[in-house]
Design a protein around this ligand. Structure first.
Ligand SMILES: [Zn+2]
Ligand SMILES: [Zn+2]
Length: 303
């Protein structure tokens, strides 16, 4: 059989640059703007920590931030392998499924219409509908992430897959991609269910008042979350939110989640809000000063 060399090369080229596509995708935490904002926030956090010790040095902060001793490690090379593998999987399986979000929305809206009849007239302005939709979506998104993440820790069969993420011994923003493909699939289904249910309910209730822009711009709060340093969750930069720790999971809070010390085990499953962890008694606020942490799998948890 003859191979079409041009087509094959083009396909290989697409696959090769697929991981770079994340840096141009504003929906991805790898978006270039989020790297820059994380860098700026990291520098401020490091200078703040130095100021408390009365030894401020910008050069030292930059050297610590970009240290090859942290970045160029076996753990990071493994993360890079996951980045390439998972981006190819996304290209092959998830992107072709993007239309399913709209289908799920229409299916839910039609199901509500046929089972409940016409929606009540709620007489809200378009701005109020957009704000309510964004808030509902954010809460459902954040809670469902917490619920699935906690379930992956608590159910031994699912922990076998989630422990791949926890096997990182060094945390860098690329650790986000160190995820078993089955976990990726479960998060995709979770996202589809949340998007379909919330968008379908709002299309049913508000129809014309809900513009396409509202649906597409729904992740405004997710954008803010990423812009405000979400990349530091997987990093060597300690950023706690001080008094706001009660309300939000800080990057330092997620680093405690990755700690293999027994006192940190099964804490801070949340993504953005601390509320869900507080309700389930799994919240551990991060203190201002960085404690000594060890990442990776504890021997007892490797089974
Ligand atoms: Zn976890
Ligand atoms: Zn993590």
């Amino acid at each position: 059989m003859m191979l079409n060399d041009g087509g094959l090369l083009q396909r290989l080229g697409e696959w090769f640059i697929a991981p770079l596509g994340y840096t141009l995708d504003a929906a991805s935490r790898m978006y270039w703007m989020f790297w820059l904002s994380a860098l700026a926030i990291a520098l401020v956090a490091m200078l703040w920590a130095q100021w408390r010790e009365r030894r401020v040095s910008v050069a030292r902060a930059v050297a610590q931030l970009l240290s090859p001793h942290h970045w160029w490690r076996r753990s990071t090379v493994v993360d890079l392998g996951f980045l390439v593998g998972n981006s190819l999987l996304r290209l092959a399986v998830i992107i072709p499924l993007l239309g399913t979000h709209l289908m799920a929305t229409l299916w839910v809206a039609r199901a509500l219409q046929s089972s409940l009849g016409n929606a009540p007239d709620l007489a809200l302005s378009a701005t109020a509908v957009a704000a309510l939709y964004t808030l509902c979506f954010f809460l459902c998104e954040d809670f469902s992430r917490f619920f699935l993440h906690r379930t992956m820790h608590k159910v031994p069969w699912l922990w076998r897959f989630h422990k791949v993420h926890h096997s990182a011994r060094r945390l860098t923003p690329l650790t986000l991609f160190r995820v078993h493909p089955l976990e990726m699939g479960l998060y995709y289904i979770r996202g589809l269910l949340v998007f379909g249910a919330v968008s379908g309910l709002f299309v049913y209730l508000f129809g014309a008042q809900l513009s396409g822009w509202d649906i597409l711009g729904v992740d405004a709060l997710g954008f803010a979350f990423n812009f405000l340093g979400a990349n530091l969750r997987h990093s060597h930069v300690w950023l706690s939110f001080g008094p706001l720790e009660r309300w939000f999971i800080s990057p330092a809070g997620h680093q405690l989640h990755h700690s293999r010390l027994p006192e940190h085990r099964d804490r801070n499953f949340g993504t953005c809000l601390a509320l869900w962890d507080r309700l389930c008694a799994s919240h551990l606020p991060a203190v201002a000063r960085k404690p000594k942490l060890v990442f990776g799998l504890a021997v007892a948890r490797q089974r």
